[in-house]
Design a protein around this ligand. Sequence first.
Ligand code: FES
Length: 571
Amino acid sequence: MDNSNLRSQDWFGRTGKDGFIYRAWMKNQGIPDEEFRGKPVIGICNTWSELTPCNAHFRELAESVKKGVIAAGGFPVEFPVMSLGETLIKPTAMLYRNLASMDVEESIRANPMDGVVLLCGCDKTTPSLVMGACSVNLPTIVVSGGPMLTGKYQGRNISTSDVWRFNDAVRSGQMTQEQLTVAEACMCRSRGHCAVMGTASTMACMVESLGLSLPENAAIPAADSRRKVLAQYSGKRIVEMVKENLRLSDILTREAFENAIMVNAAIGGSTNFVIHLMAIARRISVALELEEFDGLSAKIPLLANLQPSGEYFMEDLYYSGGLPAVMKALEKELHGSCITANGKTQHQNFQDAPCYNSEVIANTDKPFKNITGLAVLKGNLCPNGAVMKPSAASEHLMKHTGKAVVFENIEDYHTRIDDPALPVDEHSILVLKNVGPIGYPGMPEVGNMALPKKLLDKGITDIIRISDGRMSGTGFGTVILHVSPEAAAGGPLALVRDGDLIALDVVQRSLALLVPDDELAERKKKWKPSHPMATRGYVQLYQQHVEQAHLGADLDFLSGGSGSKVTRDSH
Ligand code: FES
């Protein structure tokens, strides 16, 4: 390779004062001249943070990547970006996904990098890094941090989906606070992200099915030594990708997105997949519509028997053959010719993938469930769409008409949900407004509202819930999310009142508010937004520019990319 073509040479290859400055300050880290001069510079984009516990092992992972980069003749430079931990950040990590993506984009473009390794783990750390990197479009590979080991509590397997069960058990008196405290350590007993097919695992599967990582990246547990081996191989591979000039736009074709959507259906991935994949597609300028998620998913049965749709955990997925085994089972449906980060096609990667346990990874002849992983609903309550996960919903609610019990915002919900006088029964439909991108702001994961205590006491475990918010990928139930337009934008959701009839028909993909049009028009005339509006800073920028859920909830001015060129050079 002619290294003079390397992007980084515009810094380190210069003579005179500029080259002196660029190199001299690198040398204060004790780096010899020959270590970086003329070599591909690989940025390791690290979301390590002790405030993002799922990514707290990433400095170690970065060391493995560095070994691979050095072995392949590259020069690794690790740099931090904003890290979004799902469990601690308030009001919601989603509010900052786009901000983090801007940090990633500008950090990559502004610095002397020829290729990038993205270290991703907790939910938002994957889409924010991929979105930002797409807008620069350098050779890029993803290394995920890996899931936690399966939790063990009182002799049984547990993970994040049990948080919701424990919560209901405490509220209904079946579990004590002391038992809950013991369960905390039992659930999170190793490094890594949530061990079910929640959003983090869904995102790790997304990058592998898009072709952005090496095969097996999605499922190797964080604590398994093979995770470090994969990181080292990824470091080696990114140097080759730079030499081959294999960029994100070469991998992220329309067919690659279709593969990711079909794989997501087969694994019962999180509903958050829709919003993040849409945002990524718009960054790399691939046309994708919300309805296509349903069309592409509809022909794919659920193959992975993983919580929250099934029984097993990410660790089991890995031991059963990992994502390559799932993709092998989908061979007839997938676009096998898509090129992936290792330079091979998807088909070459999965063609010999064995399945070691058909209980965990079923095949299309005998799927785990015939029901599709994702449904996109339309109707006068959600003109631009809403999503739900039928595989995690209740069969008896798939076609149901019920009376709305309306909460104007999340505070209203918390205040009244356990009020014994709340007019709610097992046929009711809970409606939560103002938890969308603009309304909350940031579209939090509150859509799977806990049921009223009086229903739990009656043994009711699921009723229909509708909102413009999101749901944790570890959540379950008959939960309709991402209603677009959101209430705060004046969507029909804003007009729903207590007692209105709402009809859901999942087979027909319809969600209808059974109120006459003229009555809705009257209500619209009187409607006034009631959500809080920020008056300064990032949150104000976010509220002014965030797009609706069906477009991916990115900031409108971040669509597309600006490439890797530095536009001004003042030195
Ligand atoms: Fe980080 Fe679940 S909290 S992945």
